[in-house]
Design a protein. Structure first.
Length: 126
């Protein structure tokens, strides 16, 4: 969402393709909180809310998701909890792709799981 808000053309193209192709667009609730907490101009805030309206599902984690996220973090040696929940949401929706500006951490988390190779990681600018 940060990349979309910043006008990254790759993020915009992938999001548009997903919406037009009627793919399930899933956004972890942790990403919503992380992005919407950032100070932004009124127009950007409204635009981000419109983007949220196009998301098919906001993934709210369960205890099992939290335990999987903790295991991913422990196995990968990474520390970003939001990244871990993004990976959990992708693993629950296989096959999947993740748009991220933090490709190395996302890939490290995915590489701890046998099904991690079924998730495509696409780099976008923040």
């Amino acid at each position: 969402m940060v990349a979309l808000g910043a006008g990254d053309p790759m993020a915009a193209a992938m999001f548009r393709r997903a919406v037009e192709s009627d793919w399930d667009v899933i956004l972890p609730v942790e990403v919503v909180a992380e992005v919407m907490r950032m100070p932004m101009a009124r127009g950007v805030w409204e635009w981000q809310k419109r983007i949220l309206g196009m998301v098919h599902r906001i993934a709210s984690p369960s205890v099992d998701d939290a335990l999987l996220a903790a295991g991913l973090l422990a196995s990968s040696g990474t520390v970003d909890v939001v990244d871990a929940f993004v990976v959990v949401a992708a693993l629950r929706a296989l096959p999947a792709f993740i748009l991220t500006s933090d490709q190395s951490d996302i890939r490290a988390l995915l590489d701890t799981q046998a099904d991690g190779s079924r998730v495509t990681v696409v780099h976008v600018d923040k």
